[in-house]
Design a protein around this ligand. Structure first.
Ligand code: TXA
Ligand code: MG
Length: 331
C-alpha cells in the first residue's frame, strides 16, 4: 500500500493546500514535507505517540534525538528552557535557514523527541512549503530526514517513496530540494558553542557571528550528537573516497568490476565499463547534487562507487563529512 501524494507548487503554495496535511498532523499522523535541505518526516512534536511513529517508520534507534521545526522565533523560544545570547545571534542571522540550534528543553517537549536528554534541537526551515505547513497546522513538527535509518537522505519525492511509501500518511511533493545536504547542528549550551554536524551553513559563516567554535568532545566529554554515529547517509553500493581516484578506477575496472566514478576534476577518459559522473567543482552545487547522484548510482547496481576526495577546506566540510560516513564500514 502506498501513501497519499499531493503535488504542491513551491513558488506559490496556496494556504488551502495544507488543510489535509494539517488534519493528519493534528490526528497524530505522519506527513513528509520538503525543506531547503532534504525532505523531512513530520509529526506533532508535542504528541509522544505521533513521535513514536516516526521512530518506527524510520527504524531509528531511540537514542538518536529528533530536530523540531518551528514557524518562527516565538515558537522556538516556547520550546526552550533557556535562550542564550549566542542562540539569539545565530537565529537572527541564519533563520529561516539550514541551521539547527541545540538548547535546553522545556518540559512540554516529550523525552522521546530528545532521546531522554535535557536539550532539544530546533530550526526554522527556509522553504515556503515547510513554513506554510507549520503555520497551517500550528504545531511544532519533529522532522528527521525522510529515509530509513542509516540510508541516504531524500532530496526528491521518489527517494522518500523508496524507503517509506507504506509507512507514512501523506507526502507533499514540491520537487527537488535545493540545498541537498542536512542542516548544520550547533550546540549552544556550551561555551564556546560546538559544531555537532557540519552542514549547509559553513563554520566560516558561523564563526563570523560567534567567534571560534569548540569541537565535539573536545572538553573530554562524550560526543553529544548521536548523528555523529559513524555509518550514516550511506548508499547500498560500497563506496570509497580517495585522492587520485582514477588509479583505483582503472584497477577495479581491470578486474571486471562495474564502477561508478564521481569526480569534480577533469580526468582522462575512463574505460568504457566505468560510469563517470562529472560532479560540480563548486561545493554548494556539489552538495545540491550529492544525494541525488548517489541514489541514481545505487539504482544501477554497480560493484563499487569511487569518489575523488574533495578539497580539504571549510567550504567542503559538510560534503566531506557525508562522504566519509557513506564510506564507513558497517559497524
Ligand atoms: O536538514 C535537516 O536537518 C533535516 C531536515 C528535514 O530538517 N533533518 C535532519 O534530521 O537531518 P535528522 O534526524 O536526520 O538529523 C538530526 C540530527 C542528528 O544528527 C541528531 O543526532 C541531532 O540532529 N540532534 C537532534 N537533537 C539533538 C540534541 N538534542 N542534541 C544533540 N544532537 C541532536
Ligand atoms: Mg537523517
Amino acid at each position: 500500500m502506498s501513501c497519499e501524494i499531493q503535488q504542491i507548487d513551491p513558488q506559490a503554495p496556496a494556504p488551502e493546500a495544507f488543510t489535509r496535511a494539517a488534519t493528519i498532523l493534528r490526528a497524530g499522523g505522519l506527513v513528509v514535507f520538503p525543506t531547503e535541505t532534504v525532505y523531512g518526516l513530520g509529526a506533532n512534536a508535542l504528541d509522544e505517540t505521533a513521535v513514536a511513529r516516526i521512530f518506527a517508520a524510520k527504524g531509528r534507534p531511540a537514542r538518536n534525538p529528533l530536530i523540531v521545526h518551528v514557524a518562527d522565533l516565538t515558537d522556538a523560544r516556547k520550546l526552550a528552557a533557556d535562550w542564550p545570547d549566542v542562540a539569539q545571534r545565530l537565529a537572527e542571522r541564519f533563520w529561516p535557514g539550514p541551521l539547527t540550534l541545540v538548547v535546553p528543553k522545556q518540559a512540554c517537549v516529550p523525552d522521546l523527541v530528545t532521546a531522554g536528554g535535557p536539550t532539544v534541537a530546533l530550526r526554522i526551515p527556509a522553504h515556503p512549503v515547510a513554513l506554510a505547513l507549520l503555520r497551517a497546522c500550528g504545531l511544532p513538527l519533529a522532522g528527521p530526514s525522510a529515509n530509513r535509518s542509516t540510508s541516504l537522505s531524500p532530496t526528491r519525492a521518489e527517494h522518500v517513496l523508496r524507503g517509506l511509501a507504506d509507512r507514512i500518511d501523506l507526502l507533499l511533493d514540491a520537487g527537488p530540494t535545493t540545498g541537498g545536504l542536512e542542516s548544520t547542528v550547533v550546540d549552544v549550551t556550551t561555551q564556546p558553542p560546538r559544531l555537532l554536524r557540519p552542514g549547509l551553513v559553513t563554520t566560516t559563516e558561523l564563526e563570523a557571528v560567534v567567534g571560534p567554535l569548540g569541537q565535539p568532545g573536545s572538553d573530554g566529554g562524550p560526543l553529544r550528537s548521536p548523528g555523529l554515529l559513524d555509518r550514516h547517509y550511506a548508499p547500498r553500493t560500497p563506496l570509497e573516497v580517495m585522492q587520485d581516484s582514477h588509479e583505483r578506477v582503472q584497477e577495479l575496472s581491470g578486474q571486471g568490476r562495474r564502477v561508478g566514478w564521481m569526480t569534480h576534476r577533469h580526468e582522462p577518459n575512463p574505460p568504457a565499463s566505468v560510469l563517470r559522473i562529472a560532479m560540480p567543482a563548486d561545493a554548494v552545487k556539489y552538495a545540491e547534487r550529492l544525494y541525488a547522484v548517489l541514489h541514481d548510482l545505487d539504482d544501477v547496481g554497480l560493484d563499487r562507487i569511487i569518489v575523488e576526495a574533495p578539497p580539504a577546506n571549510a567550504a567542503w566540510l559538510a560534503v566531506s563529512d557525508r562522504l566519509r560516513r557513506a564510506s564507513a564500514e558497517e559497524g
